[in-house]
Design a protein around this ligand. Structure first.
Ligand code: CA2
Length: 148
């Protein structure tokens, strides 16, 4: 399987700022441990602070990957463009959040992306990404069983 993890704005600061909310591990270190856990899966990683670049990478990878794990960060709550990009691609997209957005400010409770994603995982720290990968593995298995 080929899975891409896409992180949105400010997630390049993971491990450097606000550890009480987002933990103290950099995403690069976490990714290394994730890849060790899933040696049979190719996990690619992309991060951008720019909305249009997130749209581009979803379009570019959404037809050649088996799944996308997407933490669009603040764009989750604002971006019709990212929602449209998700809607336009073939592979399943799992929306991920490190924090439990429903325990936080009200503006974080709404997501433009949830209705066009396969599912949403929030509030488990960086482990949210692993849970999303598990969901994509299960979806891929089910799809293969349906095809045979
Ligand atoms: O909980 C999440 O994963 C969020 O997607 C993170 C976004 C926030 O706007 C969403 O409501 C929930 C913010 C990402 C900012 O990342 C930082 C990481 C470290 C230090 C500072 C910011």
């Amino acid at each position: 399987m080929n899975i891409i993890i896409i992180n949105g704005p400010n997630l390049n600061l993971l491990g450097k700022r606000e550890p009480e909310i987002y933990g103290c591990c950099s995403f690069e270190d976490y990714l290394e441990s994730l890849q060790e856990k899933y040696p049979d899966i190719t996990i690619s990683y992309y991060q951008s602070n720019i909305e249009g670049e997130l749209v581009n990478i979803i379009q570019e990878t959404g037809f050649i990957s088996d799944g996308i794990v997407l933490n669009a960060a603040a764009y989750t709550h604002t971006s019709v463009a990212i929602a449209d990009a998700i809607r336009s691609v073939k592979c399943p997209v799992v929306e991920v959040h490190i924090s439990n957005v429903h325990k936080r400010e009200e503006f974080r409770h709404f997501s433009y992306l949830s209705p066009v994603c396969m599912g949403v995982i929030a509030g488990f720290g960086l482990d949210s990404y692993r849970l999303a990968i598990e969901a994509l593995i299960n979806a891929n298995k089910e799809q293969q069983e349906d095809e045979h």
